[in-house]
Design a protein around this ligand. Sequence first.
Ligand code: ADP
Ligand code: ZN
Length: 762
Amino acid sequence: MPHESDTSNPSLWIEPRESRIAPVARVSMVAAVDGEYSFAVPDQLAGRVEPGKRVLVPFGKAREPQPAFCIALAEEAWTSTLRPVADVLDDQRLIDDRLLELGRWMSRYYFCPLGRTLAAMVPEPVRSQSGYRTVRTVKLAAVAPDSSSPPPKLSRQRKAVLDLLASHAEGMEIDELSEQSGTSPAVIATMIKAGLLTVETRREAPPAPNFDCPGAEPAFELNAHQRAAIAAIAGAAAEATFKVMLLFGVSGSGKTEVYIHSIRSVLARGRQAILLVPEIALTTQIVNRLASRFEDVAVIHSGLTGVQRSLTYTAIARGEKRVIIGTRSAVFAPCPDLGLIVVDEEQEPSYKNQQSPRFNTRDVAIKRGQLLSIPVVLGSATPSLETWYNCQRLPHFQRIDLPSRIAGLPMPEVRFVDMRLEQKQRKGIHLLSQSMEEGLTRTLEKKQQAVLLLNRRGYSSYLVCSQCRQPIVCPHCRANMVFHQSTGKAACHYCSAKILVPKRCGNPSCTGTLIRFGMGTERVEEELRSKFPQARLARADSDTMTHTRHYEELVRSFAQREVDVLLGTQMIAKGLDFPFVSFVGVVNADTSMSMPDFRSAERTFQMITQVAGRAARAEAGGHVVVQSLAGESAALQFAARHDYVGFAGHELTQRQRAGWPPFSRLARVIISHRSVNQAQVEANRLAERIREYLAHHALTADVLGPQSAPLSRLRNAYRFDFLIRAPHAGRLMEILDALRANKILTPNTRFALVDVDPVALL
Ligand code: ADP
Ligand code: ZN
C-alpha cells in the first residue's frame, strides 16, 4: 500500500531535515479505518515505539490523538513531512511477530482493517491490563544524599530499614519492609522524601485463575486406532511440520483421549497446546476432564470477567499456563511456544465470528499452524465438507480414522416421522407426533431419561386464531399452514400452496386476530407439560442459559437424574454424555425448507448425527425419533443409517454440480439501509460495478444477485445481499485485494459489509 501521510493539521508537522535517516512507524488505526499510515518517531519516544504495541497518533480531524497499532518500524530517509507519534500506550508488546503476521493475513483474507483485526486478537481488558496491581519496590538510594556533610544521626527505626534493604539489593515492597523492620509506612515515606530510599513502581499480574484438580489416570489401555492416531500427531509435532490431521470418529470413539495424549507429547517437549471448543457451554465438561489430567490449564471464553481474561493472557504469555482451552478467541492465545492446536467439532458454525473480523476460528487455527510449522488436529464425527474434500485433494491434509465406538455399543435406531401426514390425520396442532409421545411414555415408564431437541434454525410457526384457537389450514389439503418470515406468506408444506396471511380468523363465526404459534422451546414445553404432567422437565436455550453457571447446574441436575426430560436447542445436542438417556426426539428437522442455504442438508445431517450420539450411550440401546415437515430427504436417510461417508459423497456431487463450496469460495456482501429502495439501489450499483470490474479484467468469478436477504429486515434496516463466487481461495483473495485497492469495495464502504466464507446465508 502507498505511503499515506495525514496532513490536515500542519501545526504538528515535523519539518524535514535534509539527509537525515530517522525512524518511521507504520501504524494501523484501531478505529475501523482501512490502510496503513506513517508517523515520525520523535526522539523522546525512540526505543519505546515497537511493532505490536499501541500508540497514540494525531489522525484526521480528531482533536485528541487516536489509538493505533504500530505494525512496523523502518529507518527511512526523511524526505516526506510526517507528523509525530504522540505517545506509546503499552510497555510490553501485546502482539508478537507471528501473531502480527496472522493478523495481516486475517485483515486481508477476511476483509477487515488491520488495526481492528489486531484489536480483536487482543481483547480490551488485556490491553488495559485489568486486574494488574501496582507494586512499589523500595531500594537504597544509590548515592547518599549529601556525602560532604557528616552522616545524620539515624533513628533506630531508620537504621533498621537501611540495614534490611542492604541485604535485599533487589528491593522490597513497602508493606513487607514496614512489617519486617517494625517501621511505620509513614517513616518510610519520609525517608523516601529525604532521598535515602528510591521507589520503583510497576504493574504486576497476580496469578491467573486455576483449574487444576489433578485426578487419577484412567485405568484402560488405549486401543490400536488411538495409539496410531497419537503416534501420527505426536510425530508431526516432533518434526515441527505443518500438517492438518482430521481425526474422524463418531462420538464415543475415543477422540478426546487422543487429544489428551497428543497434548501431553507436546508438553513433554516444553511447548504449549491450544484446544478449541465451539461453544462456551461445552468448555465446562472438557475443562473438567482435562483439568484432572494436566497441570497449568488456562481457560478462555466470552464468559470470563475482564480481570480473569487479562490475567489468563499474561500467564499464557509467560508460559506459566501451557494447556489452553477455549472458544473462538482462544485461537489468539499469546503462546510464546505453541506446539499443537486441536479444533474439536471442527464443522461447527459457531466457530465463525459474527462481527468484523468475520473469521472462521478453524481456518485461523490452520493458518496459525502453517505460520508456526506445527500440526493442527481437527476432530469430528461429521466433518465439514470443506475439510473432507481437502483430505481428498491436498497433500498436507491427512485423515485419521477412529472407526469403532469404545464400548462396542451399537448406534441407536433412528425413526423418521413425516409431520405432513401426521397433521392430516390428527385434529388440531400437535408439535409432538404419536411416535414421539409413545417414545417419551416408554422412556418415563422405564425411569430413563429423554432429550428433546428443537432446531432453532427453522423459522417456521403456525398461525392460530387467538380466540377460537383454530389454525389456518391450506384451502386445498386442509393441512396446517406454516408462516414464513422471509416471505411474509403462509405456505402449505404438503402441496406447496402459498397464501398471503389473512388479517383475521377465517372462521365465519369468529373474527379473532391471528397469532403465530411457534415451535419455540416454550411452546413445546407447554405441550410437554400438558401431555406429561408427571415428568420433571428442564429447558435449555439461550434464554435460560445466560451464564455458564446455569449450564453447569443443568448438567449436574440432569446427571443426578433430578430431571426426566431435557428440552433444548442445539446447545444440548453436543458433547453431553449421560448413560441413562435412551430416547432422543428431534421436534423439527426442517432446516432444508426454511433455510435457503446450500449447506442445509449438511446441517441437517450433522444435527441428527449429534443427537443420535446422545442416545448412544444407553446400554439397552437408544431410540431416536426425527420429525420433519419437509419429507425424508437424502440427508435424513443417510443420517438414519449413520453413514457419513455415503452422505459426504452424495452431497459433494450435488455441490460440484451447483458450483458451491468446497468447489468454489464465496464472499457475501450485505447491504443494509433504513430505506428499502435505497438498499436495493446501493446493492444493484455495487454488484454492477463489481461485475464490470471482473469482466474488464477477465477474472473468472461471478456475482450472484443481488436479492432481498432471507432475513430481509434486521434491526430496522432492510437487507439485500449478493455473492462473489470465485473458483478457489487464492482467486477470491486476489479479487478482494483488487476491489479494495481500487476502492470499489472496501471495509469502509457505506452500508456494506463483507463476509468471506459465510457459514450461513440468512
Ligand atoms: P469422543 O471424544 O470420541 O466422544 P472419548 O475420548 O470421550 O470419545 O471416549 C469415550 C469414553 O470412552 C470416555 O468415557 C473415555 O474415558 C472412554 N475411553 C476412551 N478411550 C478408551 C479406551 N481405549 N478404553 C476404554 N475406554 C476408553
Ligand atoms: Zn395444501
